[in-house]
Design a protein around this ligand. Structure first.
Ligand code: URA
Ligand code: SF4
Length: 209
């Protein structure tokens, strides 16, 4: 696993990064996947939303957060008073990791491990440096692993604003639950989980000032 660093063009703008990403061989995830899923949303968004990795539908369409988790996220973002058109949306890992019994059978999501997150981080670092958002929300533990302090735990620290120094100066970060986690909780608790996500997004929006 050489990591993505050697595949990220230096001094590239967002379009150049997007065009270079399909050639990445920084880890083994590119091979079984359909395509790289780079990012979507506002290239100058003040708020960035960072997910885990593309899912099945994202892998097929080449766009992040277009499946069930994406629909829930879009609803939560709107409910938090955030104009989705002003957000930049990306993932910690740019290729879909999955398991599959036989070719043609359903592809089952497999979480990327820390090695994949580390391998892919140069893309995330490069795009965030170019987009330069003021507030960066990590959705779930994988995105948190990519961008937040090592001792960050979603259960303990979600919703807290964390100021960190980046290549573009001090930025505000937050970790919260992943929208897929809302979809996975038992029906009886789902409304509360969803409300928690909306509340955290509201805190992030307020940090934009
Ligand atoms: N889950 C993610 O983390 N990212 C996507 O793009 C889709 C689902
Ligand atoms: Fe490169 Fe990231 Fe894809 Fe691995 S997951 S091949 S590091 S773009």
């Amino acid at each position: 696993r050489p990591g993505a660093a050697g595949f990220v063009p230096e001094g590239a703008d967002l379009e150049q990064l997007r065009q270079a990403a399909p050639a990445c061989r920084g880890c083994e995830l590119w091979e079984p996947a359909t395509q790289v899923v780079f990012s979507a949303g506002a290239p100058d968004g003040r708020l960035a939303l960072v997910g885990e990795q593309p899912g099945d539908q994202e892998d097929r369409r080449g766009v992040p957060f277009v499946g069930p988790a994406g629909r829930l996220l879009q609803k939560a973002v709107a409910e938090a008073g955030i104009d989705v058109a002003t957000t930049y949306v990306t993932n910690a890992v740019k290729h879909f990791r999955f398991t599959q019994k036989d070719p043609g059978s359903r592809r089952i999501h497999a979480s990327p491990d820390v090695g994949h997150v580390n391998a892919c981080r140069p893309w995330l670092a490069a795009e965030l440096a170019v987009v330069n958002p003021d507030v960066i929300v990590c959705l779930g533990a994988t995105a948190a692993k990519a961008l937040l302090p090592k001792d960050f735990r979603v259960t303990k620290h979600r919703g807290q604003l964390i100021v960190q120094t980046t290549s573009r100066g001090e930025k505000t970060f937050m970790g919260t639950i992943h929208p897929s986690a809302v979809l996975r909780v038992p029906e009886a608790d789902r409304d509360a989980a969803y409300a928690g996500l909306v509340a955290d997004l509201r805190t992030a929006a307020a940090a934009l000032g």
